[in-house]
Design a protein around this ligand. Structure first.
Ligand code: 13P
Length: 278
């Protein structure tokens, strides 16, 4: 069942669980993610990101994502993650994505607001939802998560959400994309301040490598969507290495990779509390 963010995140916010966004670059990852959600009767968000397009073209991956969402037995949002340009966000919407993230977080504040607003206008007219970002969630490899001046403030979050009309808001509270060099320390106090200032569901990026306790605290503190990609790649990579070592051949190795990714998605769905919420 193809839905948008509002169809699933409002309920998640009210009932204090989170729905995972699992990015995919191909139909193997897609199949694994949807199978895990169906097994656990969980809503799910699937998609790709602008930086991932070299690994899976939008023109090719979009029809697969949409077909998989439509035939799934659970609610599925097809989300375009970290849209960096207006043109690509428009393309994703035209190709049938039900949700886009516009990431203007490294742009000057006024420009981020102005560009996000344009995308919100278009997406809403098409029945799609928009996620924005204020503050900046960077890369774990460069230690961006400890740069507290990039963290979102409650006042910025309130002004940005009100001015742009976004449906969900990504916040920077100490997580980052990729593999952490040192155990991250999430600023849950800041998250709670933001939660009190903003009405829309809040999003935690960089969901790989966080502890069970990090998830429990951030979901209790108001996070309703968690983005995951790196942990799926690591699970798939490990299974492929094992397949190669055991000389299993291409198709058997591929099946093991899909099973490993499915298990990684299942683990996150259980931690996020969205099992049984479809
Ligand atoms: P990870 O790759 O660290 O899980 O982050 C995913 C993400 O936030 C995509 O927007």
């Amino acid at each position: 069942m193809l839905v948008n963010l509002n169809d699933i995140l409002k309920k998640a916010q009210k009932e204090k669980y989170a729905v995972g966004l699992f990015n995919t670059t191909d139909t193997d990852m897609l199949q694994a993610a949807i199978a895990a959600a169906e097994e656990l009767s969980s809503p799910i968000i699937i998609g790709t990101a602008e930086v991932l397009l070299p690994y899976g073209e939008l023109e090719l991956i979009a029809p697969a994502l949409i077909a998989a969402a439509k035939r799934a037995s659970v609610p599925v949002v097809v989300h375009y993650d970290h849209g960096l340009t207006y043109a690509r966000c428009v393309e994703a919407l035209q190709r049938g994505f039900t949700s886009v993230m516009f990431d203007g977080s490294v742009k000057p504040y006024a420009q981020n607001i102005a560009e996000t607003k344009e995308i919100v206008k278009l997406a809403h007219a098409m029945g799609a939802t928009v996620e924005g970002e204020i503050g900046h969630v960077g890369e774990a490899a460069t230690g961006d998560n400890v740069l507290t001046d990039m963290y979102t403030t409650a006042e910025e979050a309130r002004a940005y959400a009100e001015d742009t009309g976004v449906d969900a808001l990504a916040v920077a509270i100490g997580s980052a994309h990729g593999v952490y060099k040192k155990k991250p320390m999430l600023n849950i106090g800041r998250l709670k301040e933001i939660r009190e200032s903003v009405r829309v569901p809040l999003v935690l990026h960089g969901g790989s490598g966080l502890s069970d306790e990090d998830f429990a605290k951030s979901i209790a503190g108001g996070i309703a969507k968690v983005n995951v990609f790196t942990d799926l790649c690591l699970a798939g990579e490990k299974a492929m290495k094992e397949g190669t070592e055991k000389n299993l051949g291409y198709l058997e190795t591929r099946n093991r990779k899909v099973d490993a990714i499915r298990e990684a998605v299942r683990t996150k769905i259980r931690l996020f509390g969205s099992a049984g919420k479809a």
